[in-house]
Design a protein around this ligand. Structure first.
Ligand SMILES: Cc1cc2nc3c(=O)[nH]c(=O)nc-3n(C[C@H](O)[C@H](O)[C@H](O)COP(=O)(O)O)c2cc1C
Length: 463
């Protein structure tokens, strides 16, 4: 059989992910494997129609399609995302229809589920026969048991193709709302919100005031009594997407430094703001590949937070609420930065008046929370993510990300790891020997024990 492999790593043949494919090729040489370096050659694919058509033809002529990519900031990299956009823009969906497919990702498992969810929904949108996903850890191939597991997965896939087994669909097509947002009369000065000297920045991939998003941003801007900054991310000087050279791991210095204006922009404009609003139009099942490029390029600070203590939120045009996957990535992005996720305002629900009111209140909340430095507790999305980073930087990836390790040491990221919590240590030392005595354990009322320190707080008039 003939398989088309769509390589989503900007490293091309030097990709870890592609070693998983080469392993299958070694074990099953009876099939033909056609690896196409999508992410690495995206500029050529985009600019040379013939190259794009050639790839589409290879997909058409294959018995199955294997999507293989590294995780890049909770999703696929911007270059791969651009290819997906091109499929829809150039009406090439038919080549994918009814093709058996699976999705392989390699990563440290940080938000691999959101990347996998994204790709699954794309496969369903393309009407492919999605057999399953394989969210590998980058190092899986180095362990015999895990190699065997990977082989089983692919053999099951091949079985599906050979026997034409049925596959299920999980995502219904997105419903686009036919809605034109028309903002109301501009507020008079007495109803405008004072920025209280806060630096407010909106980054958007669409600022044209004839579009819903452009109008929403203008309305948001007009909520304030003084100027706020609005930047179209298409105007930033970015030469290209992250190429994963990982030079930044050692000292947080990007290899693009001096070659384009991204780092200067990030450090002088984005990092210095108090309130950050990201705005965008939904493109397929995420934001645009341009937005993804910005997110990927900001990875030069690797796993070190750069947007600490800010109020952050989103203004979105498109079917945002039909894609809960995006909401998760938005919130996680903010939570792992130790910033406050305020809200996402979209044009998906309500009348123009409702949206006016929501935007105005969004502006009010951003400034109010900023004034009192309110950062709400983070959820599993941020807590789980931060713990994964901590473990990985402390352990197997320390030599790659030395700059993170130094930052983590200096800023107490390891204080609770490996379990240096003095309070917990003392409790365990005292209570574990007692818990091992049946007579004592059976007498203890665990509910009351848990409550004891809380009752002290409630009863203490000074607290
Ligand atoms: C810009 C960038 C962003 C990344 N983002 C993530 C991520 O969100 N989650 C994760 O688990 N790994 C992330 N990684 C790690 C890669 O996914 C992982 O090292 C992968 O195995 C590399 O595969 P490749 O050699 O095929 O490119 C990121 C790496 C880079 C360079």
């Amino acid at each position: 059989m003939k398989f088309a492999i769509l390589n989503g790593s900007p490293k091309g043949a030097e990709s870890v992910t592609m070693q998983y494919i080469l392993y299958i090729k070694k074990k099953h040489p009876e099939h033909e494997y056609n690896i196409i370096n999508i992410a690495q050659t995206i500029k050529k694919i985009e600019n040379d129609e013939k190259r794009f058509e050639d790839i589409i033809l290879q997909i058409k002529e294959s018995d199955g399609v294997m999507w293989g990519f590294p995780l890049y900031v909770m999703l696929v990299c911007s270059q791969y995302k651009r290819f997906i956009e091109l499929i829809f823009e150039r009406n090439a969906e038919a080549a994918f229809e009814n093709k058996y497919t699976f999705v392989l990702s390699t990563s440290i498992h940080f938000y691999d589920h959101t990347a996998q969810n994204y790709m699954h929904s794309i496969c369903d949108d393309l009407k492919m026969k999605y057999v399953g996903n394989y969210p590998a850890d980058s190092w899986d191939l180095l362990y015999p048991k895990r190699r065997a597991r990977w082989l089983l997965f692919v053999e099951d896939f091949i079985n599906h193709v050979e026997n034409k087994y049925p596959t299920s669909k999980h995502y219904t097509p997105l419903k686009m709302r036919d809605f034109k947002y028309t903002p109301g009369k501009e507020l008079d000065d007495s109803n405008k919100i004072d920025t209280d000297g806060k630096k407010i920045l909106v980054l958007s991939d669409e600022t044209n005031e004839n579009t819903n998003l452009g109008k929403m941003i203008k309305r948001f801007k007009d909520s304030f009594s003084s100027e706020i900054e609005i930047i179209n991310i298409n105007d930033i000087d970015i030469k290209g997407g992250c190429i994963s050279c990982l030079q930044c791991g050692y000292d947080h210095k990007c290899s693009y430094l001096g070659k384009d204006g991204f780092i200067e922009f990030w450090e002088n404009v984005v990092m210095t703001s108090d309130i950050l609003v990201f705005a965008g139009v939904i493109k397929d099942r995420y934001l645009s590949s341009r937005w993804k490029m910005v997110q990927d390029r900001a990875f030069y600070m690797t796993h070190t937070p750069t947007l600490i203590g800010k109020q952050m939120g989103y203004i979105i045009s498109g079917p945002f609420n039909q894609i809960p996957n995006i909401a998760q990535t938005f919130q996680a992005h903010v939570e792992i930065q130790d910033s406050n996720f305020v809200d996402t305002i979209s044009d998906e629900f309500g009348t123009s008046e409702d949206i006016d009111a929501l935007l105005h209140d969004f502006a009010r909340r951003l400034v109010t929370y900023s004034n009192v430095n309110y950062i709400k507790p983070i959820t599993f999305l941020g807590e789980g993510g931060k713990k994964m980073f901590r473990d990985d930087i402390y352990g197997r990836n320390r030599f790659v990300f030395l700059a993170d390790h130094e930052y983590y040491e200096k800023h107490g990221f390891y204080d609770t790891f490996p379990q240096n919590d003095e309070r917990a240590k003392k409790l365990n030392e005292k209570l574990i020997p007692l818990m091992r005595i049946d007579r004592v354990r059976n007498k203890i009322n665990m509910k009351q024990e848990f409550l004891r320190p809380f009752i002290k707080v409630i009863e203490d008039s000074n607290k």
